[in-house]
Design a protein around this ligand. Structure first.
Ligand code: AHG
Ligand code: MN
Ligand code: MN
Length: 345
């Protein structure tokens, strides 16, 4: 659908449309659209519904219901991220839209097995982000990005297809499993960022947040401040500064859910900044470039925000390894600029 050489025209997003209707509507207006990207989105949203259904039952682990059925055991709940991983792979690999996949849960590139055909896209994902939150019934999510393959069509995709910078992403998004479930995606700045809320009684995502735009400045910062003693002085300097109340500027509020998908979602809607800096334990940062930082950077930039590693734009980083880590400053443009400037000293 979206194509770098023929940037999609901004279309009116119609509130109340299902995700599928919205994508088909967009696809019709693009000359070169083959429908492959729309299909891939359907496969991802199907996986999201299956994962959401399991996530919502996680609290029932080990409970004997009146039906006499024992719900899934605790051990299986812990493995929800593996379940999410398998679900995504199963839903996508037989669809013929992707040439290869990359996942947080799988060491090597995930090949498309015979006899399934390979398509022109490359999918990377964090199947369940913030999985530590499952036990406390707090928000978690799935993060994904889609690139066009760079290896010749007609062959199986390779690592080379996965190691592409975020600036070449065709579409990216996330699903958040929270007080309600949402699917948020973008095909780039010309297309905007659109959020769909899941109606479990219908089994569909409905457009509830068309054209999400992040405020240029917020009033909230989000960082694991328990790591203060492991930070370099620049990060401490910025955190001290952001908490100062100096007349013109009020001290920022701290919010930290501990699942970046949820912290970034809040930041996208309300403004502010989410940071995971390098520290003594994680000298290159903790978060993964390809399936955590880049997709959320792509969505945030498309909403008018910014994402930096501290020294460069996240989307410009050329990855050297599938599970490469990065530091991350993401959110409102002015807040990211302030943080990067103050951390650098
Ligand atoms: P995952 O559950 O996919 O491993 O990711 C967890 C990540 C991210 O979502 C979150 O922002 C960060 O880890 C939290 O890390 P700390 O507990 O170190 O703050
Ligand atoms: Mn994660
Ligand atoms: Mn994960």
């Amino acid at each position: 659908m979206a194509n770098r050489s023929a940037a999609p025209v901004a279309l009116p997003a119609i509130p109340g449309q299902t995700l599928e209707q919205h994508l088909i509507h967009r696809q019709r207006t693009l000359d070169q659209a083959s429908g492959e990207l729309t299909s891939l989105f359907s496969q991802i949203s199907l996986a999201a519904k299956i994962i959401a259904s399991q996530v919502s039952k996680a609290g029932l682990a080990g409970i004997l219901g009146l039906t006499g059925e024992v719900n899934v055991q605790g051990e299986e709940v812990k493995k929800l991220d593996l379940f999410a991983n398998t679900t995504l792979i199963r839903c996508v690999q037989q669809g013929g839209c992707v040439a290869v996949m990359g996942s947080e849960e799988v060491e090597e590139p995930i090949a498309i097995p015979e006899p399934y055909p390979c398509g022109k896209y490359v999918l990377q994902f964090d199947p369940l982000d913030g999985s530590g939150n499952i036990d406390i019934n707090a928000s978690i999510g799935t993060i994904f990005s889609i690139h066009r393959r760079v290896t010749p069509s007609g062959t199986r995709g390779t690592l080379e297809d996965l190691l592409q910078p975020g600036r070449d992403i065709v579409a990216a998004g996330y699903v958040i499993y929270g007080s309600s479930n949402m699917f948020v995606y973008s095909m780039g700045p010309a297309d905007g960022v659109h959020g769909f809320t899941y109606d479990p009684s219908i089994g569909e995502f409905f457009l509830s947040h068309p054209n999400i735009e992040i405020p240029s400045r917020g009033d909230t910062y989000s960082i694991n401040e328990g790591n203060t003693h492991k930070w370099e002085p620049g990060v401490r300097r910025w955190v001290d500064w952001v908490k100062q109340d100096d007349g013109d500027r009020k001290a920022y509020r701290l919010r930290y859910i501990g699942a970046m998908v949820a912290d970034v979602h809040r930041t996208l809607l309300n403004g502010g900044i989410f940071v995971y800096p390098p520290d003594r334990k994680n000298p290159r940062g903790k978060l993964r470039l390809l399936y955590e930082a880049s997709p959320l950077a792509f969505v945030t930039e498309a909403a008018g925000g910014a994402a930096s590693t501290g020294s460069e734009r996240v989307l410009d980083v050329v990855p050297g390894a599938l599970h490469e880590r990065t530091s991350l400053y993401i959110g409102s443009k002015d807040d990211v600029a302030d943080a990067v400037r103050i951390v650098a000293g």
